[in-house]
Design a protein around this ligand. Structure first.
Ligand SMILES: Cc1ncc(COP(=O)(O)O)c(C=O)c1O
Length: 368
């Protein structure tokens, strides 16, 4: 019997040599290899002003800091996400205001965003659930009308495309995660892309304590001369993590194409199955397919039936507003409540080839 987990960690074979070289080089912290990784991310994915960081959570927090979100402000975000998205809002002493989602995709609902705006709203955080881009034109239009900042939580969406534009080039700030089970991993890591050149420079400085390294060379005494003007953080990426990232980038595009093929296979062969409602994706954008989600009736039976066949199907991220730290469950999120009852994800990753996908499809067709 095959065993197919819900996630895997992909390490390109070249990584072993590249990481080894970095370790032998003994410059482990942020240096030239991080710079090279950033250049390659920009070039290969058509991004601009990227700053790599030690996690996606750091990227989200830095985005809020750069956006000047502070005590008393409200940030509108979905509850269908990982806790990181809203914990960083609290870290800034601001308030997460949970908007409803579209049941068909898991993404934040444009109508609900409009209803949640108050005089205290400072920013909108749109999470591209599973890698499928949110309605960014509409969200950016609402933001413009109301003088709000837009932060994209693209932890799942590296490589996604929205109306011919790579995710990471659309809004004020876009945040990526390179955590272990993401489709591009550096072990742990993340990145932020920033629209404004000035804010980009601020991001680079703030990721390392707020020290402007380029203009703070060591003096003859040996110590850097600097004056920190703004609060900074220890959020930089390390050279050895970047080496892993560079190696994993080499076949990223090919792997994404394979993922798309598997998604297409699922789309074609899992339609019209009683008890399954596939997510409804638009043709003007392309998901990064970090996840392949659907709605399933009797989902515990579904999970058990697939488990018998060695396949892990799973609920991914329960609504986060349930956590007391955010003030407790919101009762006005109707689609979210429905989504919570039926969402299920099936494996889509580097270890799922076409044969494995066919096996998963056949196993589902046998019923639950
Ligand atoms: C939607 C979302 N945002 C943010 C994060 C945080 O990313 P990281 O684990 O790199 O800090 C995650 C983590 O998986 C996530 O799923």
């Amino acid at each position: 019997m095959q065993t197919i987990p819900i996630f895997n960690t992909h390490i390109n074979p070249n990584a072993f040599e590249l990481v080894k070289e970095t370790l032998y080089g003994t410059f482990l912290s942020e240096g030239n290899i991080v710079k090279k990784f950033e250049e390659q991310l920009n070039k290969q994915l058509g991004l601009i002003n990227i700053t790599t960081l030690n996690s996606g959570t750091s990227a989200l927090h830095l985005a809020l800091d750069l956006a000047n979100v502070k005590e008393g402000d409200e940030v509108i975000c979905p509850a269908q996400t990982f806790v990181a998205s809203a914990l960083v809002i609290i870290q800034q002493r601001a308030k997460p205001v949970f908007a409803d989602i579209d049941y068909e995709t898991g993404n934040i609902s444009v109508t609900s965003i409009k209803n949640k705006i108050t005089p205290k709203t400072k920013a909108i955080m749109a999470v591209h659930w599973g890698g499928y881009p949110c309605d960014m034109d509409e969200i950016n239009a609402i933001a413009k009308e109301n003088n709000l900042i837009v932060i994209e939580d693209a932890a799942h969406a590296l490589g996604a495309i929205y109306k011919n534009k790579p995710v990471g080039t659309i809004s004020d700030y876009t945040c990526f995660s390179f955590q272990a089970i993401k489709h591009l991993t550096t072990g742990d890591g993340g990145a932020i892309t920033v629209k404004s050149n000035q804010k980009y420079k601020e991001a680079v400085t703030k990721r390392w304590f707020g020290i402007d390294r380029e203009n703070a060379a060591p003096s003859e005494l040996g110590e850097r001369m600097y004056d920190i003007k703004q609060l900074g953080y220890k959020y930089h990426l390390n050279n050895y993590a970047a080496a892993l990232g560079i190696a994993n980038l080499t076949d990223f595009k090919i792997r994404m194409e394979r993922r798309l093929k598997i998604a297409k296979l699922y789309d074609e062969k899992l339609t019209n199955i009683s008890g399954i409602k596939l997510f409804n994706y638009k043709f003007d954008r392309r998901s990064a397919y970090w996840l392949y989600g659907m709605h399933v009736e009797k989902r515990l039976d579904f999970i058990r039936a697939l488990k018998e066949k060695g396949i892990t199907a799973s609920v991914i991220h329960q609504r986060i507003d349930r956590n007391n730290v955010f003030g407790g469950m919101c009762n006005d999120l109707q689609n979210q409540a429905k989504f919570e009852e039926t969402q299920i994800h099936i494996p889509i990753h580097d270890a799922v080839n076409e044969d494995a996908a066919e096996y998963i499809i056949d196993s589902i067709k046998q019923g639950w």
